[in-house]
Design a protein around this ligand. Structure first.
Ligand SMILES: [Zn+2]
Ligand SMILES: [Zn+2]
Length: 161
């Protein structure tokens, strides 16, 4: 993981601001997140979290995660913003995923971008690595940090509080 500074940080914060605008489209009732995948300054895929296929019938935001059997592997209610961005990039620019950076941001209750904690979503960490995304970018309390996709996956599985 490396923390960005100077011009690199400025550019990354610009992409984070774009991801925050994308997050505003989320219809999840639990949290609103946005993701943007960038290759050489160009956005190649984006997404926000919401029910699968945006179907009202599939909305599970009101269900407790404890209400599912332990065999249910993914207890999160909505398709994640990163998953959506990856699928979007695979559809539109499958040849541009190698070397790309995935930006992720979560909005707070007032709709403002919030700082991220340590990575923990192994659904997205595996999918990003498998699809060929090269780096993950999070906005931490200490600043904008970039993780290699392999590192991000390992750290996500090692998450602890
Ligand atoms: Zn939801
Ligand atoms: Zn995720």
């Amino acid at each position: 993981m490396k923390q960005l500074s100077g011009q690199e940080e400025k550019e990354a914060l610009g992409h984070m601001a774009q991801a925050a605008q994308i997050a505003a489209g989320s219809t999840c009732e639990r949290s609103r997140c946005g993701s943007l995948i960038v290759q050489k300054g160009e956005g190649i895929g984006s997404g926000f979290n919401s029910p699968p296929a945006h179907l009202e019938s599939q909305k599970r935001c009101g269900f407790s995660k404890d209400s599912y059997h332990k065999k249910v592997t993914d207890k999160t209610c909505c398709v994640h913003a990163e998953q959506r961005a990856i699928m979007d990039a695979l559809r539109k620019h499958p040849d541009k995923l190698a070397g790309s950076r995935l930006y992720f941001i979560r909005l707070d209750e007032e709709g403002l971008p919030s700082r991220a904690g340590k990575p923990y979503c192994t659904i997205c960490s595996k999918m990003a690595l498998d699809a060929g995304v090269s780096e993950f970018v999070l906005w931490h309390p200490e600043g904008v940090c970039v993780y290699g996709a392999e590192e991000y996956n390992l750290l996500s599985f090692r998450y602890s509080e």
